[in-house]
Design a protein around this ligand. Sequence first.
Ligand SMILES: [Zn+2]
Length: 101
Amino acid sequence: MNPTEINAAEIRAIRQENKNTIDSLRDTLGRMNRTIDNQSQRIRSLVSHIAGGTETAKCSGCKAPIVWLRTRGGKNTPVDLDGTPHWATCQQADLFRNRGG
Ligand SMILES: [Zn+2]
């Protein structure tokens, strides 16, 4: 083998390794996405269960329907009906950001 042939073989080997790494990362990402989907689904059903027995409120900023949940720390926190903290999705979040500050 001349040096050029060796390099070409090495490059092929490295490319194959990279491909294997990427394939394995794709698998991992796929599993993580499925886990997250599953957990999101559980949170949604948990929140909708709570919301079923609770009156929904309206955000005073963007008027979106929200549910007030009490955290373990005893604070009331608004969440969207899918369980997302409302500050993460509120179009008017800037109105509240400095509240109490
Ligand atoms: Zn809002």
